[in-house]
Design a protein around this ligand. Sequence first.
Ligand code: HEM
Length: 269
Amino acid sequence: MSAFPYLPLDAKGWRLHMGLRPLDASHWLEVDAQYGEEIALKNELLATHRAAVVATRSEGDEASKELLRLIVEDLRVHHPALPIALNASEHPIIQASRLVQEDLCVLVRDSAWRLVAACVCFPSRWDLATKIGTTLDDIHAPVPGYADALAQPTISFFDRLKPERSFWRLNWTLLDDAALFQPRRISLGRSNNLDDWFLRVERQTLRRLEMTGAIVFTIRTYVTSVSRLRDDHDDVAVNLLRALDTASSELQQYKGWVGVADQLRDALP
Ligand code: HEM
């Protein structure tokens, strides 16, 4: 298996920040060795859990069509070996989602930026059905500190985003389950075995569509066990513990991390 692609842990401890970086246009979508497996899982979830993984509003239909065209074009240019099979009877965001490992969200602006179409097969303990049709502020209401520190900068960023200049950022969390499909917020288990803990990193991209002016938010999810990471990186354990120890108690509560640092400490030699 290849090395874990993103490791957003450092010695500085936990911090809530936008962390946006300019995106190289030739590196919008990431395709790797898990492609076949993840697309098969998406197809299965779309068959068995459709209402949990897809949500659309008519206001997002045009933008979803534009997104599908863009994804097909991007794959043809940057990943020409991938097969592109479309089923025109499906909503364009579902067709687009079946082609890529990323989860896809479309937001449009009325009085606020609003989520109007999404296919999210790999949610990190949130429920798409409760977010569709809501604004950036409402989507992030459960996130401690977001309203004070990130809400306004995020709206300004969305308003200024240009089609020719896209961005990406990372989010990460520590969970007790490696599954990609985790739609429910449940409390974390208890274990002092590092094999039972998983770092879950989301590579998120933000891109303004040229024709409709909608914004596309992609989420690519990578998961690995903490024990495996620790074998490859000397400083992972210490940086992870530092992040858990420096997160506010509200954030620890939100993430389900209360008491987890002590268990990890026990698990470390
Ligand atoms: C610059 C843009 C954005 C920033 C800075 C941002 C920031 C954040 C942060 C800090 C969290 C907490 C995650 C954690 O640490 O576990 C979060 C959660 C989340 N974000 Fe964003 N986000 C952005 C855009 C979006 C967009 C466009 C969506 C659209 C779907 C979105 C959906 C969510 C959801 C669903 C959660 C989980 C909320 C929950 O627990 O109910 N984010 N975001």
